[in-house]
Structure formats: C-alpha cells, structure tokens
Unconditional design. Sequence first.
Length: 231
Amino acid sequence: MNEYRILLYRFPERFMKVRLGLLARPPFIADSAPRPGEFFHRLEMAHYRMLILTLPDPEMDLEDLLPLIRKEGAPSARCSLIVLAAPRHLSEFRLLLGKGLNALVSLDDPPETLEAAIARQVEVAPRVEVRVMVRLQARLVHDMATLLCQTANLSASGMFLELNRKIPVGSEFVFELAIPGAKDPVAGTGAIIRHANPEREGRDGMGAAFTAFRGGGEVVLKEYLQRRAGP
C-alpha cells in the first residue's frame, strides 16, 4: 500500500493517543494545520487521502468548505473527510453525512472510536470476500511470534484477519499470503489498523493495511482479486 497522507486541522489533545500511535506508523503520514491559512495552503499544494477536522470553527464553515474540497480537479477531491465535534453540534453535521462528509466522531468519544473511523475509511477499497491462508510474523508483548490465520476479505490495500489473538493496533508485521494458483506466496509487510467489534459486526478479528510488497507480489494480488471479482 502506498503512503496514506492525512491532514489534521485543530487536532484535539483528547485524541493525541491516535496522533502519536496509529497515525505515526506506516502507511500513515499525518500533517497538522492549526490555523485556517495553513490548512488551505496545504490543501492546495498536496494530495491528501483523508482530512480530519475539528469543527465548528469561527473561520471555517463546513457547508462552504465542502464544495472547495470536492471541486473537480482539486488535489484531494476524492479524500475521506472525518469531522470531530462536540456532542451539541453533532446533529447539524450529521445532515452532511453522505453529502461530502464521510464520518462524524464526538469529542466525548474515546480515542478507539476515532481509530475505528479512520480504519473504516482506509478499508473503503473494493473488497473480495475470500478465505486465504496467511502466515504472520508479529511482535506480541516482548517476543516475535509466527501466527497462521485466514482472511475474511481481501483488497489491494489490505485484509480482514480472522484471528482470536489480538495484535495491538499500529503494530507492523511480515506476511505471506497463500494465493490459490500462485507459484509463490504473496509476501510483504503490513500494519494493524483496527480491532473488530464482535457485538456490532458479528465477527471477531482485525483490519490490516498493506505497507509494502516483495517482488511482484502486488501485481499477483491484484490479478487474483480481478479474477475473483469477475467481469
């Protein structure tokens, strides 16, 4: 997976665990803009795959901002947009969900809620429901461990792993995917980006993003996914 650049506007201290944890590790690269002028300058000059904004702001109205972000040809027109807001403002922003706004998180929520919202946006890449055996090497507590598990779904950017044993969010790992019909496993590195909520999702496991592939593994994976997805 290529680097995943994120722009943070007025990122709150309450969620600093996310800034210094998940967003400080591959594939994420996070830039901060504490003032509107810097935010708009960065938005014009760079391509971001996600924006996380703390609103409302006296100098920035989301309804006015959305057309600028989504303008055809704008560098970040197709980015995911997450708004962080105090509970009393949630109802007004909720009206914009699906109209340019992708996700909304309360400032009263724990950091894990924001991590899950970020992970869901990263996982937007088309997924194929397929079970493929995976061999992982990851650090658990103080030691490296080798784990065998299966995917529940797979995409060109990541996978959902069915594994009861939890690997901490943000942890990097080495993987080998046993792609059916491939001469050699698809190998590379990845990072855990979320833990599933069994009560809400009806399954246990972890979402992971690919950070790099070895050899021609990325091409092999994409060709396999295209065959599975069909015409």
